[in-house]
Design a protein around this ligand. Sequence first.
Ligand code: MN
Length: 291
Amino acid sequence: MTYADLLLTSDPNITFRADGFKPVVKVFGVPFDATCTYRSGTRFGPNAIRQAFQNVEIYSHRLGVDLEALGVEDLGNLRQTGSVQHMIDAIQKIVKELLAEKSSFAILGGEHSLSFASCSVLPAHTAIVIFDAHLDLRDEYADLRLSHATFLRRLLEIRKADGMIHVGSRAATADEWRYANEMGLTTISCDTIFTLNESQRLFSDFIKGFDQVYISLDLDVLDPAFAPGVSNPEPAGLSSRQLLEFLYALKENFIVGFDIVELSPPYDNGAASVVAAKLLAEISCITSLRK
Ligand SMILES: [Mn+2]
């Protein structure tokens, strides 16, 4: 028995498991939002993304890739827990297993703390690309050391900053900006994206140094106009199109895995679910280019 069998439920699924079927990406959901401090509901995220995924086109015109023909395999959702530590332990076990069998994977959140788990077990030479409005570099928040607001701080305590890039930042405390500088974290803030217009070049220059990439995608990197249903919306963000341009710049890279987090369906009008589903499809298509 695998950890995936032990720790994940099998329902509801985007696809069915079938013998001999080689998916381009294995997907699982983490319906966990126990550390949420504002607009709770990311526990409903995984199933909302699945539902939207069933209703968007998954042929990528931009890439000329037909995900319909390639297929993704849905492993189900993480079994319910209210403990951050249990959630982290379970994801670490599952991700290690998926890495060992060389399956690219997608994690549907759930809150951003789950990215600490997946990122903590990646091979050292894997670049971690984070899209987020927030730096998530607080030492603690709301009496919690590990939460959606601190995950990157905890990650920087166990992984080197030179293997990470943070895109879309526009909301953090003075201390967090200072800490990011001190640690040498490469950031492409929204100010850079909007005023200098050389953010794409900065991003490509960084990525060139790496073959393997993991993407952690907090949907609040998008402007609330594009993704209203997130836990901590932050104005003046990226458009869906701008975000996709960054992602397409990764098409030469080997995508080890990715997560899409912070969708809060109770606050959504449907737009954020659909954009999350589209991102799941497009990143899966990008992943297929190196399969
Ligand atoms: Mn965020």
